[in-house]
Write a protein that binds this ligand. Structure first.
Ligand SMILES: Cc1ncc(COP(=O)(O)O)c(C=O)c1O
Length: 339
């Protein structure tokens, strides 16, 4: 679109032209349907409204310098979407249909894909929920899938910047045998009290600890955590975190750059020995951490003392976004070109 200020776009919702929908009924998925409405007509007893039968995904399409539209690791989102559906007993959305829906929604909204170099991207939000009516607590027999897109601005306006985090011990996002590994709305609702408290205190987000012992780092709000020391990329192993596709990719990139990688429990005290720490996810790729405050222990862990992101975080970040935008070849086979 011409005359659009892409750089100053927020990470928020902007109306686009079309979304795609699909209904599961009588034990099978129907055909993909194109809609230009931003609204859905939902039954008052839908399980998605009452019992939290709802899952979603988040991925992006990137415009390359070569004018080609790139999708990043969509198969991983498709697989996670299926795992989330299964985790709360919803009908899973098939991988091939997921791919067709993504391609269709991108093609129909091509004019909203931000131009190369703007730092803005096209955010893609697939959603699945129980739309069948039930009053007892049981899975619905009808499900609605939809996917919409919205252009989003660069997460860090004016370049990647270190942020401050607050350790949270009085709210748990997810329990070890609960639903933390699934991308479902309930986990986000559970995290809101902590996130709002962190924002009120002037922090960018909250660091959740493991719910059982409160000894280990779990997640960074809606992102995974990583720490770097002695040429090693360390990220939490936990039964209650979402398996971030960005994190999986950073691990592969770190390995390819000759770094060691570890997925293991990270005791809170170990935060003092990291050279760099960060949050990672689709939205920002990497949010380098400047300071972590632990209010219960009255401890401050500091990184990025010069106000700049750490060298290794920056290297990983640049490598990943270069692959996503097509500035560098993709040796991992992560990119799908949308024709
Ligand atoms: C709770 C949570 N953890 C981690 C992530 C990062 O995952 P990904 O890299 O797949 O976007 C997200 C965002 O999707 C998230 O919501």
């Amino acid at each position: 679109m011409e005359n659009f200020n892409w750089e100053s776009l927020p990470f928020g919702y902007i109306k686009t032209d079309f979304n795609i929908r699909c209904i599961f009924k009588n034990g099978k998925w129907g055909k993909l349907e194109v809609s230009s409405s931003e609204y859905i007509d939902v039954h008052i007893a839908a399980t998605g409204l009452h019992y939290g039968q709802e899952a979603f995904e988040g991925l992006k399409a990137y415009m390359g310098k070569d004018g080609k539209i790139r999708l990043f690791r969509w198969e991983e989102n498709a697989k996670r979407f299926i795992a989330s559906a299964d985790g709360i007993k919803m009908a899973a959305f098939p991988i091939e249909l997921f791919k067709d829906a993504l391609i269709k929604v991108i093609q129909l909204n091509k004019k909203f894909i931000p131009p190369y170099g703007s730092g803005a991207t096209l955010y893609i939000r697939p959603l699945l929920f129980g739309s069948g009516a039930e009053v007892g607590v049981k899975p619905a027999s009808e499900y609605t899938f939809l996917v919409f897109v919205t252009p989003v601005g660069p997460y860090f306006k004016g370049g990647i910047k270190p942020v401050n985090m607050l350790i949270c011990r009085d709210v748990d996002r997810a329990a070890p045998l609960g639903t933390g590994t699934f991308k479902i709305g309930g986990n986000y609702a559970a995290s809101m009290r902590a996130i709002i408290a962190a924002h009120k205190g002037g922090y960018s987000n909250t660091i959740f600890l493991d719910a059982k012992e409160k000894k280990y780092v779990d997640e960074c709000g809606p992102a995974n955590f990583f720490g770097i020391k002695n040429n090693t990329y360390v990220t939490p192993k936990s039964e209650s975190i979402l398996n971030s596709i960005t994190n999986m990719s950073l691990i592969e990139i770190a390995k390819s750059l000759g770094m060691n990688t570890e997925r293991r429990q990270i005791p809170v005290e170990e935060l003092s020995s990291f050279e760099e720490t960060g949050a990672c996810g689709t939205a920002a790729v990497i949010g380098p951490i400047a300071k972590i405050f632990d209010p219960d222990k009255n401890m401050i862990y500091e990184y990025c003392k010069d106000g700049e992101p750490g060298a290794i975080s920056l290297k990983l970040y640049k490598k990943l976004i270069s692959i996503q935008c097509g500035d560098e070849p993709d040796p991992f086979g992560w990119i799908t070109i949308v024709e």
